[in-house]
Structures are given as structure tokens and as C-alpha cells.
Design a protein around this ligand. Sequence first.
Ligand SMILES: *[C@@H]1O[C@H](CO)[C@@H](O)[C@H](O)[C@H]1NC(C)=O
Length: 376
Amino acid sequence: MKSSVIVALSMVLAVSARPRYLGRRQDFKLKNGQDAIALNQKFATLTPASSCTTGEQACVNDQFAQCVNGKFQLQPCAGGTICVALPLVNSAGTSITCDTAADRDARIAATGATAGAASAAAPPAASSAAAAPPASSAAAPPATSSAAAGNNAGTGGATGDAQTSTTLLDSVIAKGFAQDGQAQPEAGQVASLTSTNNFINFCATTNKAITNGQQIKEGSCNPAPMGEIAAFTNMPSSKFVNPKNNDKVAANTNFTIQMAIKNLETGSFVNPNTNYFAAPQQVNAQGNIKGHSHVVIEQIDALASTTVTDPTKFAFFKGLNSPADANGVLSVVVTGGLPAGVYRLASINTAANHQPALVAVAQHGALDDMIYFTVA
Ligand SMILES: *[C@@H]1O[C@H](CO)[C@@H](O)[C@H](O)[C@H]1NC(C)=O
């Protein structure tokens, strides 16, 4: 009943919003181009020593820059590209990304904006890069007033509490999700899914059960956002202290796994049966992910085995739910030990809701440890 009301409401909105949206599109195109020009001019004045606000993104010396603890951390762009601000094509805003200078200039020119003064010329029709889903994006009401009000009225969100409202705040919409990434082509790279509403209804496009805090063996679709992403300087890391790589352990005898860990606020552990993947990752005041670790031991054929392992099978598994000791070491006894054989021991460092740790950059050392040992 409730959902049919919402469906009917959104169809009405889609119809009435359409002409207005197309009008707005012309407006934001030129402005996006002007904003991109202004940003690129500002970035040209920045240096690695420039002050910044934590979380801020920019381009510094043609490199992608993210502000961590008041200081820019630079990451070079891939070959032939530089860090640039680009106008978004399908919604108001700009994005900061790696691109060629020529493509940057073409995209800005396509908006009608020029570096000297704002052009009065009506911008041309969207370029091919606007390969955004035309139907769905046109039908989606712009994330503003009337749609928001309609939704809130129907869901008791009238209190204005963003954490109970079923309407997205404009301030949390990731405008960059509207582009599919193919503006910077790379061999083999495929187009990303795009969204102008943070994929809030993505699971409705799948044929999967909602994860709903459960460990659903058949797979599912999880609607929780990823949450706070740990800074480059706070990426968790672990190392086994016992057993060590290549150690020999007595068969069928208790032994203690000890693992040193840093940059994880251990001891944060939610109910895995009711709250699995059910809340965003959070970081503490020091910037460390609030979470816990796990250890898993799998039997393998030999130390030099090249057989791909089967994650559905393991010899020992334990969540390390307690905080690490004063030396930053987590411990667990393998009661009764293991039968003779060769084994692999790995950590699984996670956020409180058991999701794998999420960190600021793609290129980083392993966030987990893995060692091999013999039981005899
Ligand atoms: C093995 O570990 C278990 C669990 O910690 C403990 O209860 C038991 O006494 C240990 N056995 C030996 C022989 O140390």
C-alpha cells in the first residue's frame, strides 16, 4: 500500500519535473563550465605546502591531491593524464579527476564557458560523453524541493531529522557518480554504473533479497552506504607474531595465534547474525577504523602449492572481538591444535559491521597478513 502510493507519487513528479529539468540542464551546463575554469585556475596557484581542509580534494602540480590532517597528499595521474576539474554533464557541479589537457579543454568548451568572460551563447546539446541513462535520469526528479517534500510528507520525516527521513539530502549527493568514467579511456576499462541519487534504490534493479543484516548464503543486495573511508595515513595493517611464516607447530597441541595490528580500533564488534554489513564504516577521532579482526586457517597441499584454495572450507576460524593488548597484539588459542599438515593463516581486518576495511586510495600495501606454516 505504502509503496504503491510512493510509486504513484514519483510518476506524477516525473511528469511535472521533466520540462523544468531540461530547462535547468541548460542553466547548469554553462555554470559547470565556468566553475571548472575557476577551479582549474585556483588549482594552478596551489603547492604541496598550501594549507587545506581535511577531506578537501584538489589538483596540485597536476597531481591528484587529497587533504589529510591539513596537508595535501599527492598521487600522480596515470601516464599522459593530469589532474583536472571537469564540468559534470548531467547535473550541476564539477568533478576532479585525471584526464588529458585536450579533453579537459574540449569539455569545458562544450559548455560554452570561456576563460575570459562568461559566454552568453546557449550551450550546444550535450556531448557524447553525456551518455548518461537518458530515460532514467530525465525521469529522476532533481534532488530538491518538491520531491523531497512529497517524500517526507509521506514518511513522517516532517521532523526534519535527516537520519530518519527517506529523502536524500542534497549535501550528500555524490555528483561524480553521474559520469561513467569513460571520459578518460583506457584499454579494457568499462563504463561504471552511474547514478544521480547515490544509487539509493539500486537493489530494486537486482533480483536479490535485501541483505537486511543477515548472512544470506545465496547472496543478496545491501543498501547500506560504505560510510567513512579511512585516510591514507590510517590504513590498517597486521602481522602475525606467532606462528611466524614458515614456522613448525606441534600437531594436536594447543597453540596461540598472536597478531600485531595497527590503525584499527579493535574491540568494535556488532552482532553478526542481525547486523552484518548493516551500517556504514566509521572511523574514530584519531582516524582509525572502528572494527575488529578475524583469523582463518586453511589447509593446503604443500608450502609450494599452486592449487587455488576454496574459501568455503577452513580448518579454524575465529573473530578477534576483544581489543588488542597494550602492545597492540590480538591473541586466540587454537584449542587442541591442528592435525599434521601444511596450513595458511590469514587475517581478515574489518569494520565493526564485518565489512572489509575501506581506505582512501586504491594503491596501497595489503591491509591483512598471510603466512604459511607446517604442523607435524
Ligand atoms: C588448551 O586450551 C584450552 C582453551 O584455552 C584450555 O582450556 C586447555 O586447558 C588447554 N590445554 C592444554 C593442554 O594446555
